[in-house]
Design a protein around this ligand. Structure first.
Ligand code: GAL
Length: 417
């Protein structure tokens, strides 16, 4: 958040916390507007409506949520904060620093045993001080590949197991006249891929040092140059119309067989499921080759703004409680493509990709290789993330070579801190 934004925000915060919601109603600001996302959101809507709580929808289109965060700032500045807001990692920490505007969810958290069942990696954001201020709805991760199985079978491509095999598979698809890599040229989508490029180039320790610790030496290292080289390789496999394309339209290209692969977080699975596709039969999900054993995660949380009307607070608390109920966690996450935010939910109802997602998360958490996604606001503050986005996208569009990009990354991160 820029300094000016911060000042304007503080001025407005005095009135912001009153909130706009009236009795037994929640107003929810979110960016879940694609088919799969909307289907998942419906699960939450219906759950609340079943409890007599009215849902006022405030959708702000734009994957990754940058546009939603801008809309949120405008709402708060106008003294009209929504009840609940979809938010990612470090944005939550930014809001916590804005003073006493967020609701206190401790009572609901105690009743639902959140302290024991929500992993520390998420609590760091949902309970940044002594109090719970947000309810994590899921855990997504970004280092996934989604592939059209019929296309792979037709072209005799087997699932690649390392980076070179992946590149060879992409080449084979390209040679056969397919779009090898479905991609949308938007900074957050390039950053999503970059999570994996960094991991595949230097492994989890390098990712930690560069993306999370922001160590200038790591940011400007040969391994970072190699990460940008990998981005350049991938750039060779996207189609001519990639610029500005929404991520779900890129997913649709894999779903309808126009493209072979997409690198995207597991919200892409929501699109495949929404189109009636079955994992293992119609599509494959596997970790980006060269990143196995590590999970770059992000968690969607509903951050709650304090309400003055006790009835509105009641509705808000009911929403928080509903989100963390184990039954809801299954119902929602099996549709969304994510995995539960609670560790005590069985994987029985999940499909094979979901089961793998849950097992990978547990294993990475135990091995110390569960790392926050840079692309999705879980590695570093928004100002740094945005500075990284700029360099990554400029490089992807040919403005810098890999060596220059690594140097620019060091400068950009320094400037943003
Ligand atoms: C992510 C979010 C996901 C999904 C995706 C694309 O940041 O965590 O839930 O919505 O953006 O919009």
């Amino acid at each position: 958040m820029r300094v000016l934004d911060r000042l304007m925000m503080s001025a407005a915060l005095a009135v912001a916390s009153a909130g706009a919601a009236s009795a037994a109603e929640v107003e929810v600001l979110h960016w879940w507007t694609s088919g799969g996302e909307a289907a998942a959101l419906n699960v939450l809507k219906q759950d609340l409506e079943g409890q007599g709580i009215t849902w006022r929808d405030m959708p702000v289109a734009g994957g990754g949520g940058e546009a939603a965060m801008t809309a949120l700032r405008a709402r708060v500045t106008a003294g009209d904060a929504p009840t609940a807001v979809q938010v990612l990692g470090f944005d939550l920490l930014d809001w916590t620093e804005q003073g006493d505007v967020l609701a206190n969810l401790d009572e609901v958290a105690t009743a639902g045993n959140w302290n024991a069942v929500i992993p520390a990696a998420l609590q760091r954001f949902s309970k940044p001080g002594d109090h719970w201020v947000a309810a994590p709805v899921n855990v997504h991760s970004t280092n996934w590949v989604w592939a059209n199985k019929a296309v792979l079978d037709e072209l005799g491509i087997s699932q690649p197991t390392n980076w070179d095999e992946f590149i060879a598979a992409l080449q084979k698809a390209k040679d056969a006249g397919k779009v090898a890599l479905a991609h949308g040229g938007q900074p957050w989508q390039e950053a999503t891929i970059f999570d994996s490029a960094v991991l595949a180039s230097g492994g989890p320790e390098f990712y930690q040092k560069s993306m999370i610790d922001l160590d200038p030496e790591a940011l400007g290292s040969e391994q970072m140059v190699a990460a940008f080289d990998k981005m350049e390789q991938l750039r060779g496999f996207v189609d001519d119309n990639f610029s500005g394309r929404d991520w779900n339209l890129a997913s649709a290209m894999v779903i309808n067989g126009e493209a072979a692969f997409q690198i995207m977080g597991d919200w892409a699975k929501g699109e495949f499921l929404n189109a009636g596709k079955v994992p293992g039969t119609d599509f494959l999900c596997f970790r980006v080759p060269g990143t196995e054993g590590t999970v770059t995660f992000n968690s969607d949380q509903f951050m709650m703004f304090r309400q003055d009307d006790p009835e509105a607070t009641k509705a808000q608390m009911a929403m928080a409680a509903a989100i963390e109920s184990p039954e809801f966690q299954v119902a929602f996450n099996t549709v969304k493509g994510s995995v539960p935010a609670r560790t005590d939910v069985p994987d029985t109802e999940f499909d094979d990709c979901g089961k793998k997602g849950m097992a990978d998360l547990k294993a990475a958490s135990e091995a110390g290789t569960l790392l926050g996604s840079m692309g999705h606001g879980h590695a570093n503050p928004a100002a740094v993330k945005n500075a990284m986005y700029d360099v990554i996208t400029a490089h992807f569009n040919g403005e810098y070579d890999s060596q220059q990009a690594a140097e620019e990354l060091v400068n950009a991160v320094e400037g943003a801190q």
